[in-house]
Design a protein around this ligand. Structure first.
Ligand SMILES: Cc1cc2nc3c(=O)[nH]c(=O)nc-3n(C[C@H](O)[C@H](O)[C@H](O)COP(=O)(O)OP(=O)(O)OC[C@H]3O[C@@H](n4cnc5c(N)ncnc54)[C@H](O)[C@@H]3O)c2cc1C
Length: 415
């Protein structure tokens, strides 16, 4: 088979790249090859309680008219110099341009016992089905990693009647929230009956064939199953010997999402991107960025020359009756990029402290100093769900390098 553009990977990045390529130039042939049938990854939580893969599907045929799709097939070898792909069904595809959108894989720290039956990562629909199966088998679960996925799993499993222990090397949601907000959330988890260990190092997972306990800082905790959600790593195995890699081993890309080889683009969880706030390269494996980067890579692969200046991070979720939102740079990331910042508590304008905390709960924000100028670099809130309009307004204030006083225009002020 021959094609103008070959897209490898059928996640949100690959699908948006394929649609964008076809939309930007309908005369070009676009082939999309994906190991998995596409589905909405953030929705896999719903499979724990029931439901099927079909309900998660993001594949709408009307959206990708004209794209040839090959699902359930893996690209075994991708020769980016000779422009030849070999699939694991023996088929070969000759291409002019390629978009690499191979996503990421779970990172499981190398503790002893991580290979035991009953130790599950949480990234794919089959992982979610494994967790569902476990609900019928045991009642004690240890979740390793208190990021958004770990905290959400803890709340879901707790509500399903499980005895949940959440263990985290640092602090709850430390990559998204500053300390007072993180503490607030930890206390909320605990008051709801979820056990939380912060600053806890998992030493090993014990068991015969199946897991039976987890050793944390020398103490043994019983477990019928263990979920490991300690982050992801970019999947680059078919291109790592050909493309330059950048931040955290992700594929190096420029402002066009082009890689180190001409005519080859990369996007999504396998690729680095530019952070809009600091202008620095970063690795952010999140769906909203995968979608935008995919659109850019796809359109540019058929001749557009659209550059981007950076993407802004927006993450959040709801659990235990509250909402968490984190936009822009959070402290941990700012520190790792060498960006100086200070934090400033915020409140809705005109509302007295005390009343606002009942309404809004702790709200935090960052005032950062970037390139010598004082400006808003991030915003965090834990409490009631923020409206889409407020989130968009805050994102634009951060993107447009606004000063803290400009938050008054959207009804917020320093507490
Ligand atoms: C439980 C969970 C909840 C999440 N919630 C959110 C959220 O609320 N908001 C948010 O923004 N992000 C969220 N994320 C992150 C988001 O899902 C990812 O950032 C996003 O899926 C990345 O898309 P992608 O297309 O780059 O990669 P992936 O989704 O990993 O897709 C890549 C695809 O490429 C395929 N592939 C890899 N190698 C090959 C090959 N050689 N040949 C063929 N196919 C190949 C893979 O099988 C995979 O299907 C969540 C993730 C998880 C796991």
């Amino acid at each position: 088979m021959r094609t103008d553009v070959l897209v490898v990977g059928s996640g949100v990045a690959g699908i948006s790249a394929a649609i964008a390529a076809k939309t930007a130039n309908s005369g070009k042939e676009v082939v999309l090859v994906g190991e998995e049938r596409p589905y909405r990854r953030p929705s896999i939580f719903s499979l724990i309680k029931g439901g099927s893969l079909e309900e998660l599907s993001i594949f709408r045929k009307d959206l990708i008219v004209g794209v040839k799709t090959l699902f359930g097939v893996r690209v075994r070898k991708l020769d980016l110099y000779d422009r030849l792909a070999e699939l694991d069904n023996g088929e070969k595809i000759v291409f002019n341009c390629a978009v690499v959108a191979t996503g990421s894989k779970p990172f499981v720290p190398p503790f002893e016992g991580s290979e035991l039956s009953g130790v599950i990562p949480f990234r794919s629909y089959s992982d979610a089905l494994s967790v569902r199966k476990m609900l019928g088998i045991g009642s004690k679960c240890v979740i390793i990693g208190a990021g958004l996925i770990g905290v959400k799993l803890a709340s879901i499993l707790h509500r399903s009647g499980m005895k949940v222990l959440l263990v985290e090397l640092k602090k709850v949601l430390w990559t998204l929230l500053e300390e007072p907000l993180s503490n607030y959330l930890r206390d909320l988890l605990i008051s709801n009956g979820i056990s939380v260990i912060e600053g806890g190092r998992v030493e090993s997972i014990l068991g015969g064939h199946r897991v039976s306990s987890v050793v944390i800082d020398g103490r043994r905790y019983e477990a019928d199953f263990v979920i490991v959600v300690t982050g992801v790593r970019p999947r680059t195995e078919i291109v790592a010997d050909q493309l330059k890699l950048g931040v955290r081993g992700a594929i190096r890309t420029d402002k066009l999402m082009k890689t180190s080889i001409d005519g080859v683009y990369a996007c999504g969880d396998c690729a680095e991107t530019i952070d809009l706030v600091s202008g620095r390269k970063t690795y952010r494996p999140i769906g909203s960025i995968a979608y935008k980067a995919g659109k850019l890579a796809g359109a540019n692969s058929v001749g557009n020359e659209r550059e981007y200046n950076g993407f802004i991070r927006l993450q959040g979720d709801d659990f235990l009756g509250i909402s968490v939102t984190s936009i822009g740079l959070a402290g941990a990331e700012a520190e790792s990029m060498g960006v100086n910042f200070k934090t400033l508590p915020l409140k809705p304008k005109g509302v007295k402290v005390g009343i606002y905390s009942a309404l809004f709960n702790p709200v935090g924000m960052f005032l950062g100093i970037v390139n010598g100028k004082e400006r808003l670099i991030g915003f965090q809130a834990v409490g009631q769900r923020l409206s889409r309009k407020l989130i968009n307004s805050i994102s634009s204030l951060i993107s447009s390098k606004s000063n803290v006083n400009e938050l008054r225009s959207i009804g917020l002020e320093p507490a």
